[in-house]
Design a protein around this ligand. Structure first.
Ligand SMILES: Nc1ncnc2c1ncn2[C@@H]1O[C@H](COP(=O)(O)OP(=O)(O)OP(=O)(O)O)[C@@H](O)[C@H]1O
Ligand SMILES: [Mg+2]
Length: 320
Protein backbone atom coordinates (compact mmCIF):
# COMPACT_ATOMS: atom_id res chain seq x y z
CA UNK A 1 0.00 0.00 0.00
CA UNK A 2 1.16 3.52 -0.74
CA UNK A 3 0.12 6.09 1.79
CA UNK A 4 -0.46 9.75 1.50
CA UNK A 5 0.87 12.23 -0.98
CA UNK A 6 2.30 10.28 -3.91
CA UNK A 7 3.03 13.45 -5.82
CA UNK A 8 6.55 14.75 -6.23
CA UNK A 9 8.24 17.31 -8.44
CA UNK A 10 8.93 14.43 -10.86
CA UNK A 11 5.29 13.32 -11.07
CA UNK A 12 3.71 10.27 -9.41
CA UNK A 13 6.30 8.47 -7.31
CA UNK A 14 4.53 5.14 -7.65
CA UNK A 15 4.24 3.69 -11.12
CA UNK A 16 2.31 0.52 -11.71
CA UNK A 17 3.18 -1.85 -14.54
CA UNK A 18 3.98 0.81 -17.15
CA UNK A 19 2.94 -1.02 -20.35
CA UNK A 20 -0.38 -2.12 -18.87
CA UNK A 21 -1.67 1.30 -17.90
CA UNK A 22 -4.85 2.32 -19.63
CA UNK A 23 -5.40 5.49 -17.59
CA UNK A 24 -2.74 7.61 -15.96
CA UNK A 25 -3.58 10.81 -14.14
CA UNK A 26 -0.22 12.34 -13.36
CA UNK A 27 -0.23 14.95 -10.58
CA UNK A 28 -3.26 16.74 -12.01
CA UNK A 29 -5.05 19.64 -10.32
CA UNK A 30 -8.38 21.24 -11.09
CA UNK A 31 -9.78 24.52 -9.87
CA UNK A 32 -13.47 25.38 -10.31
CA UNK A 33 -14.36 28.91 -11.47
CA UNK A 34 -15.27 29.95 -7.91
CA UNK A 35 -11.74 29.10 -6.77
CA UNK A 36 -12.51 25.71 -5.15
CA UNK A 37 -9.66 23.26 -5.61
CA UNK A 38 -11.62 20.16 -6.67
CA UNK A 39 -8.50 18.07 -7.29
CA UNK A 40 -4.97 18.67 -6.05
CA UNK A 41 -1.92 16.90 -7.52
CA UNK A 42 -3.97 13.77 -8.06
CA UNK A 43 -2.08 10.63 -9.09
CA UNK A 44 -4.25 7.80 -10.31
CA UNK A 45 -3.73 4.80 -12.57
CA UNK A 46 -5.88 2.05 -14.01
CA UNK A 47 -4.47 -1.07 -15.64
CA UNK A 48 -6.03 -3.01 -18.50
CA UNK A 49 -8.76 -5.36 -17.33
CA UNK A 50 -8.75 -3.96 -13.80
CA UNK A 51 -11.60 -2.89 -11.49
CA UNK A 52 -10.54 0.14 -9.47
CA UNK A 53 -12.60 1.82 -6.76
CA UNK A 54 -12.26 5.49 -5.85
CA UNK A 55 -13.46 5.86 -2.27
CA UNK A 56 -13.75 8.98 -0.19
CA UNK A 57 -16.25 11.05 1.78
CA UNK A 58 -18.63 13.66 0.35
CA UNK A 59 -16.75 16.46 -1.35
CA UNK A 60 -13.48 14.46 -1.52
CA UNK A 61 -13.13 14.97 -5.28
CA UNK A 62 -14.41 11.64 -6.64
CA UNK A 63 -16.70 13.17 -9.26
CA UNK A 64 -14.10 15.78 -10.16
CA UNK A 65 -11.62 12.98 -10.86
CA UNK A 66 -14.23 10.98 -12.81
CA UNK A 67 -15.05 13.98 -15.01
CA UNK A 68 -11.41 14.25 -16.03
CA UNK A 69 -11.51 10.73 -17.42
CA UNK A 70 -13.59 11.63 -20.48
CA UNK A 71 -12.47 15.22 -20.89
CA UNK A 72 -15.60 16.82 -19.36
CA UNK A 73 -13.13 18.67 -17.10
CA UNK A 74 -9.48 19.43 -17.83
CA UNK A 75 -6.67 20.03 -15.31
CA UNK A 76 -4.78 23.33 -14.97
CA UNK A 77 -1.63 21.39 -14.13
CA UNK A 78 -0.53 17.77 -14.54
CA UNK A 79 -1.35 15.30 -17.30
CA UNK A 80 -4.21 12.99 -18.18
CA UNK A 81 -3.14 10.04 -20.34
CA UNK A 82 -5.74 7.59 -21.67
CA UNK A 83 -4.77 4.62 -23.83
CA UNK A 84 -1.25 6.06 -24.16
CA UNK A 85 -2.53 9.40 -25.52
CA UNK A 86 -2.19 12.58 -23.52
CA UNK A 87 -5.32 14.69 -23.42
CA UNK A 88 -5.16 18.37 -23.99
CA UNK A 89 -7.91 21.00 -24.14
CA UNK A 90 -8.20 20.40 -27.87
CA UNK A 91 -7.49 16.67 -27.89
CA UNK A 92 -10.33 15.05 -26.01
CA UNK A 93 -12.87 14.99 -28.84
CA UNK A 94 -12.89 11.24 -29.51
CA UNK A 95 -12.36 10.16 -25.94
CA UNK A 96 -16.02 9.32 -25.37
CA UNK A 97 -15.54 6.35 -27.74
CA UNK A 98 -13.01 4.79 -25.36
CA UNK A 99 -14.21 5.94 -21.96
CA UNK A 100 -17.88 5.69 -21.09
CA UNK A 101 -18.73 7.76 -18.02
CA UNK A 102 -21.99 7.25 -16.14
CA UNK A 103 -22.43 10.51 -14.24
CA UNK A 104 -23.49 10.66 -10.61
CA UNK A 105 -26.68 12.52 -11.50
CA UNK A 106 -28.62 10.65 -14.23
CA UNK A 107 -30.41 13.89 -15.14
CA UNK A 108 -27.06 15.09 -16.55
CA UNK A 109 -27.15 12.21 -19.01
CA UNK A 110 -30.72 11.58 -20.16
CA UNK A 111 -32.18 13.95 -22.72
CA UNK A 112 -33.85 12.09 -25.62
CA UNK A 113 -37.66 11.86 -26.04
CA UNK A 114 -37.83 8.15 -25.10
CA UNK A 115 -35.68 5.74 -23.15
CA UNK A 116 -34.91 3.72 -26.29
CA UNK A 117 -33.84 6.86 -28.21
CA UNK A 118 -31.62 7.78 -25.31
CA UNK A 119 -29.87 4.42 -25.12
CA UNK A 120 -29.52 4.31 -28.95
CA UNK A 121 -27.89 7.75 -29.05
CA UNK A 122 -24.36 6.56 -28.19
CA UNK A 123 -24.34 3.55 -30.55
CA UNK A 124 -25.66 5.74 -33.43
CA UNK A 125 -22.87 8.22 -32.80
CA UNK A 126 -20.37 5.38 -32.96
CA UNK A 127 -21.53 4.84 -36.54
CA UNK A 128 -23.85 1.85 -36.08
CA UNK A 129 -26.84 1.50 -38.39
CA UNK A 130 -30.26 2.16 -36.83
CA UNK A 131 -30.93 -1.56 -36.60
CA UNK A 132 -27.55 -2.29 -34.97
CA UNK A 133 -28.01 0.60 -32.54
CA UNK A 134 -31.53 -0.56 -31.69
CA UNK A 135 -30.28 -4.11 -30.99
CA UNK A 136 -27.38 -2.82 -28.88
CA UNK A 137 -29.79 -0.61 -26.90
CA UNK A 138 -32.34 -3.39 -26.38
CA UNK A 139 -29.57 -5.76 -25.22
CA UNK A 140 -28.28 -3.18 -22.74
CA UNK A 141 -31.79 -2.45 -21.39
CA UNK A 142 -32.37 -6.20 -21.01
CA UNK A 143 -29.13 -6.75 -19.13
CA UNK A 144 -30.17 -4.02 -16.70
CA UNK A 145 -33.62 -5.55 -16.28
CA UNK A 146 -35.49 -2.49 -17.60
CA UNK A 147 -36.71 -3.57 -21.05
CA UNK A 148 -40.27 -2.56 -20.16
CA UNK A 149 -39.19 1.11 -19.94
CA UNK A 150 -38.17 1.37 -23.58
CA UNK A 151 -41.05 3.67 -24.63
CA UNK A 152 -41.19 5.82 -21.51
CA UNK A 153 -40.17 9.47 -21.29
CA UNK A 154 -36.88 9.68 -19.33
CA UNK A 155 -38.34 12.58 -17.30
CA UNK A 156 -41.11 10.29 -16.02
CA UNK A 157 -38.76 7.62 -14.64
CA UNK A 158 -38.08 7.12 -10.95
CA UNK A 159 -34.60 8.06 -9.74
CA UNK A 160 -33.43 4.43 -9.63
CA UNK A 161 -34.87 3.74 -13.10
CA UNK A 162 -33.06 6.82 -14.45
CA UNK A 163 -29.80 5.47 -13.03
CA UNK A 164 -30.34 2.03 -14.63
CA UNK A 165 -31.19 3.61 -18.01
CA UNK A 166 -28.16 5.91 -17.86
CA UNK A 167 -25.93 2.87 -17.22
CA UNK A 168 -27.61 1.09 -20.16
CA UNK A 169 -26.80 4.09 -22.40
CA UNK A 170 -23.09 3.70 -21.71
CA UNK A 171 -23.12 -0.12 -21.75
CA UNK A 172 -24.71 -0.11 -25.21
CA UNK A 173 -21.55 1.54 -26.58
CA UNK A 174 -19.26 -1.15 -25.12
CA UNK A 175 -16.40 1.24 -24.38
CA UNK A 176 -12.95 -0.07 -23.45
CA UNK A 177 -13.18 1.67 -20.09
CA UNK A 178 -16.37 2.24 -18.14
CA UNK A 179 -16.50 4.71 -15.27
CA UNK A 180 -19.45 4.69 -12.90
CA UNK A 181 -19.96 7.50 -10.39
CA UNK A 182 -21.90 6.18 -7.37
CA UNK A 183 -23.58 3.44 -9.47
CA UNK A 184 -25.63 1.90 -6.65
CA UNK A 185 -26.84 5.01 -4.85
CA UNK A 186 -30.63 5.19 -4.86
CA UNK A 187 -30.98 1.56 -6.02
CA UNK A 188 -32.82 -1.18 -4.14
CA UNK A 189 -30.82 -4.26 -3.01
CA UNK A 190 -31.79 -6.39 -6.03
CA UNK A 191 -30.80 -3.69 -8.52
CA UNK A 192 -27.60 -2.91 -6.58
CA UNK A 193 -26.64 -6.58 -6.82
CA UNK A 194 -27.52 -6.55 -10.53
CA UNK A 195 -25.12 -3.63 -11.11
CA UNK A 196 -22.44 -5.36 -9.09
CA UNK A 197 -22.77 -8.55 -11.16
CA UNK A 198 -22.78 -6.50 -14.35
CA UNK A 199 -19.53 -4.74 -13.42
CA UNK A 200 -17.84 -8.09 -12.79
CA UNK A 201 -19.22 -9.46 -16.08
CA UNK A 202 -18.13 -6.38 -18.07
CA UNK A 203 -14.55 -7.12 -17.11
CA UNK A 204 -14.79 -10.91 -17.48
CA UNK A 205 -16.73 -11.08 -20.75
CA UNK A 206 -15.77 -7.87 -22.55
CA UNK A 207 -12.28 -7.28 -21.10
CA UNK A 208 -13.28 -3.78 -19.98
CA UNK A 209 -11.47 -1.82 -17.32
CA UNK A 210 -13.92 -0.47 -14.77
CA UNK A 211 -13.61 2.53 -12.44
CA UNK A 212 -16.20 2.91 -9.69
CA UNK A 213 -16.44 6.04 -7.53
CA UNK A 214 -18.31 5.20 -4.35
CA UNK A 215 -18.58 5.56 -0.61
CA UNK A 216 -20.17 2.11 -0.51
CA UNK A 217 -17.13 0.29 0.90
CA UNK A 218 -18.98 -3.04 0.91
CA UNK A 219 -19.30 -2.76 -2.86
CA UNK A 220 -15.61 -1.82 -3.16
CA UNK A 221 -14.69 -4.80 -0.95
CA UNK A 222 -16.58 -7.26 -3.12
CA UNK A 223 -15.59 -6.16 -6.61
CA UNK A 224 -12.39 -4.11 -6.73
CA UNK A 225 -8.80 -5.15 -7.39
CA UNK A 226 -7.45 -1.90 -5.97
CA UNK A 227 -8.80 1.02 -3.99
CA UNK A 228 -7.78 4.67 -4.07
CA UNK A 229 -8.76 6.38 -0.86
CA UNK A 230 -9.10 10.06 -1.55
CA UNK A 231 -9.58 13.11 0.64
CA UNK A 232 -9.51 16.83 -0.11
CA UNK A 233 -8.83 16.23 -3.80
CA UNK A 234 -5.71 14.08 -3.30
CA UNK A 235 -4.84 10.43 -2.79
CA UNK A 236 -4.61 9.56 0.88
CA UNK A 237 -3.70 5.91 0.22
CA UNK A 238 -3.79 3.29 -2.52
CA UNK A 239 -3.73 -0.47 -2.11
CA UNK A 240 -5.57 -3.76 -2.23
CA UNK A 241 -9.05 -3.90 -0.64
CA UNK A 242 -7.66 -5.90 2.31
CA UNK A 243 -4.89 -3.36 2.92
CA UNK A 244 -7.23 -0.39 2.78
CA UNK A 245 -10.39 -1.74 4.37
CA UNK A 246 -8.69 -3.41 7.34
CA UNK A 247 -6.84 -0.19 8.22
CA UNK A 248 -9.49 1.37 10.45
CA UNK A 249 -7.21 4.24 11.47
CA UNK A 250 -6.63 5.17 7.84
CA UNK A 251 -10.36 4.96 7.06
CA UNK A 252 -11.02 7.25 10.03
CA UNK A 253 -8.66 9.82 8.49
CA UNK A 254 -10.81 9.71 5.37
CA UNK A 255 -13.99 10.09 7.50
CA UNK A 256 -15.10 6.60 6.45
CA UNK A 257 -15.99 3.50 8.49
CA UNK A 258 -14.80 -0.01 7.72
CA UNK A 259 -17.52 -2.18 6.11
CA UNK A 260 -19.80 -4.01 8.63
CA UNK A 261 -18.22 -7.41 7.84
CA UNK A 262 -14.72 -6.12 8.57
CA UNK A 263 -15.86 -4.55 11.87
CA UNK A 264 -17.66 -7.76 12.82
CA UNK A 265 -14.65 -9.93 11.98
CA UNK A 266 -12.23 -7.72 13.90
CA UNK A 267 -14.59 -7.73 16.87
CA UNK A 268 -14.85 -11.53 16.67
CA UNK A 269 -11.05 -11.86 16.64
CA UNK A 270 -10.72 -9.46 19.58
CA UNK A 271 -13.32 -11.24 21.68
CA UNK A 272 -12.14 -14.77 20.93
CA UNK A 273 -8.47 -13.79 21.21
CA UNK A 274 -7.60 -15.28 17.81
CA UNK A 275 -5.02 -13.73 15.53
CA UNK A 276 -6.48 -13.42 12.02
CA UNK A 277 -4.35 -15.14 9.38
CA UNK A 278 -6.76 -14.38 6.59
CA UNK A 279 -8.94 -11.28 6.42
CA UNK A 280 -12.32 -11.88 4.79
CA UNK A 281 -14.02 -9.26 2.61
CA UNK A 282 -17.09 -11.28 1.67
CA UNK A 283 -19.65 -12.93 3.93
CA UNK A 284 -18.96 -16.35 2.38
CA UNK A 285 -15.27 -16.12 3.30
CA UNK A 286 -16.12 -15.38 6.93
CA UNK A 287 -18.59 -18.27 7.09
CA UNK A 288 -15.98 -20.62 5.54
CA UNK A 289 -13.52 -19.64 8.27
CA UNK A 290 -16.07 -20.30 11.02
CA UNK A 291 -17.00 -23.65 9.48
CA UNK A 292 -13.30 -24.61 9.27
CA UNK A 293 -12.80 -23.62 12.92
CA UNK A 294 -15.77 -25.69 13.93
CA UNK A 295 -14.56 -28.70 11.94
CA UNK A 296 -11.15 -28.36 13.58
CA UNK A 297 -12.91 -28.57 16.95
CA UNK A 298 -12.09 -24.97 17.85
CA UNK A 299 -15.76 -24.07 18.35
CA UNK A 300 -17.92 -25.88 20.86
CA UNK A 301 -20.91 -26.48 18.65
CA UNK A 302 -23.25 -27.50 21.45
CA UNK A 303 -22.58 -24.23 23.23
CA UNK A 304 -23.75 -22.13 20.31
CA UNK A 305 -26.14 -24.21 18.25
CA UNK A 306 -29.08 -26.46 19.03
CA UNK A 307 -31.02 -28.69 16.66
CA UNK A 308 -31.07 -27.30 13.13
CA UNK A 309 -34.39 -25.43 12.83
CA UNK A 310 -37.03 -26.31 10.25
CA UNK A 311 -36.60 -23.09 8.29
CA UNK A 312 -33.01 -24.14 7.55
CA UNK A 313 -33.70 -27.78 6.66
CA UNK A 314 -36.83 -26.88 4.67
CA UNK A 315 -38.97 -29.38 6.66
CA UNK A 316 -42.62 -28.51 6.95
CA UNK A 317 -43.37 -26.92 10.30
CA UNK A 318 -45.98 -29.09 12.06
CA UNK A 319 -49.21 -27.38 12.94
CA UNK A 320 -50.28 -27.75 16.51
N1 LIG B 1 -19.06 23.20 -10.24
C1 LIG B 1 -18.41 23.38 -9.09
N2 LIG B 1 -18.07 24.63 -8.69
C2 LIG B 1 -17.42 24.84 -7.53
N3 LIG B 1 -17.04 23.86 -6.70
C3 LIG B 1 -17.34 22.60 -7.06
C4 LIG B 1 -18.05 22.29 -8.26
N4 LIG B 1 -18.22 20.94 -8.33
C5 LIG B 1 -17.63 20.43 -7.22
N5 LIG B 1 -17.11 21.42 -6.46
C6 LIG B 1 -16.36 21.27 -5.20
O1 LIG B 1 -15.24 20.41 -5.45
C7 LIG B 1 -15.02 19.54 -4.34
C8 LIG B 1 -15.07 18.10 -4.82
O2 LIG B 1 -16.39 17.83 -5.23
P1 LIG B 1 -16.81 16.43 -5.88
O3 LIG B 1 -18.18 16.62 -6.44
O4 LIG B 1 -15.75 16.01 -6.81
O5 LIG B 1 -16.83 15.50 -4.59
P2 LIG B 1 -17.33 13.98 -4.45
O6 LIG B 1 -16.22 13.24 -3.78
O7 LIG B 1 -17.80 13.48 -5.75
O8 LIG B 1 -18.52 14.14 -3.41
P3 LIG B 1 -19.90 13.27 -3.27
O9 LIG B 1 -19.56 12.03 -2.52
O10 LIG B 1 -20.78 14.17 -2.45
O11 LIG B 1 -20.44 13.00 -4.63
C9 LIG B 1 -16.10 19.89 -3.30
O12 LIG B 1 -15.53 20.78 -2.38
C10 LIG B 1 -17.16 20.59 -4.13
O13 LIG B 1 -17.87 21.54 -3.35
MG1 LIG C 1 -19.59 12.82 -6.42
Amino acid sequence: MVRSNQASEMGCTKRLRAGEEIIHIDCASHMYPDGTLGMHRMCFQVLKNEIVAICGPNGAGKSTLVEHLNGTLTPYEGRIVVGGKELTDTESGELWREVGVVFQNPDDQLFAPTVLDDVMFGPLNLGMTREEARNAALDALRSLGVSELERKLPAHLSWGQKRLVSIAGIMAMKPRIIVLDEPTSGLDPVNSRRIEDLIVRMRAEHGMSVVVATHDLELAARISDRIYLIREGSVLAEGSPVEILYDTELLGKASLCAPPLVRMFLDYCRRTGVEPKRRPLRGEEFIDMLVDREKAGDIDRDLYFGKIPNYVTGDRISET
